[in-house]
Structures are given as structure tokens and as C-alpha cells.
Design a protein. Structure first.
Length: 90
């Protein structure tokens, strides 16, 4: 990616590098660097998923933080990425 600090902090996997660059604009990378590092995010086949590293150490029914993190992530997906790769784009 274009930001060295981001490259040192994150591993990005994508079959098509164009998809990764569409989703990871400067604003998204800055937000991910500032966001709580215990969260991982994945986008695949029109679905978004977030995972918290130590979820099992807390109440497994505590869904609100998971939903909040997922909403915060999806709100920052660049509009161009959604228009290119969002639902109905295939």
C-alpha cells in the first residue's frame, strides 16, 4: 500500500491487488491505524466480517462491541470501492 506505517502494521490479502487498493484509501488506512488493534476485518463475496482477538476471554454474548466495530468499518469503505465491488457489481 502507499503508506509505510500501514504496511508495517497490517497484512492485506487479496487475489486482485486492485480490489485492495480500492478499499484501502488513505482515510481507511488512517482509521485502521488509529482503531483498536484487537480487531481484524475481512471482506469477501459481498460480506463483511470482524473478529476480535480476545472475544472468548469476555462474555461471548456481548455483541454490541462487535456490531459497533463492523459498522464503523463499513462506514469508512470508500464509495468508489462500493460502486466497483459492492452488491450487484458482478
Amino acid at each position: 500500500m502507499e503508506l509505510g506505517e500501514f504496511n508495517r502494521a497490517f497484512h492485506v490479502y487479496a487475489r486482485d491487488p486492485y480490489v485492495a487498493t480500492a478499499f484501502l484509501d488513505q482515510r481507511m488506512m488512517a482509521w485502521l491505524l488509529e482503531f483498536d488493534p484487537q480487531w481484524d476485518f475481512e471482506i469477501a463475496d459481498g460480506w463483511a466480517m470482524c473478529i476480535r482477538e480476545h472475544l472468548r476471554a469476555r462474555d461471548p454474548y456481548e455483541l454490541e462491541p462487535v456490531l459497533d466495530a463492523l459498522m464503523a468499518f463499513t462506514e469508512r469503505i470508500p464509495p468508489a470501492a462500493l460502486s466497483l465491488f459492492g452488491p450487484g457489481s458482478a
